[in-house]
Write a new protein. Sequence first.
Length: 157
Amino acid sequence: MPSVIFVCTANVCRSPMAMGLFLARLGKERGNWRVESAGTWTSDGQPAAENTLRVVAEQGVDLSEHRSRPINGALLEQFDLILAMEQNQKEALRIEFPGISPRIFLLSEMIGSVYDIKDPMSGDFSDFQNTAEEIEDILEKGFDRIRELAVKFSSDR
């Protein structure tokens, strides 16, 4: 079963958005995948930000049960593909967990680019909408690449 984990800072905005939107995009294939999210600098048990809940609800995604959790090596080892939102997150994960570094990418790399997905946390609802649209655009254009890498790394493990 291919698996992907989305990583951001607090695990209350970008990574839960990406997780929910990717699960929605999988549609009927959803049961054949493991898709989760985590944060590099967070505490356990925080709900998704209110604006995160609102913006993904507009796409028919319910994240009301989401709770934040910090990343650790044991968690990351369970996933075929690790997709970070920022270059500094990718770099830190690769340094801290060198054994899995080949499976760590930026989300933007799934469309052949290298850029950070801006954290909307200090912004207003339109900032959350912009972030969700940006993530959705990457997931749409990069869907085949995400699938290809997750399946490749799954079969390699």
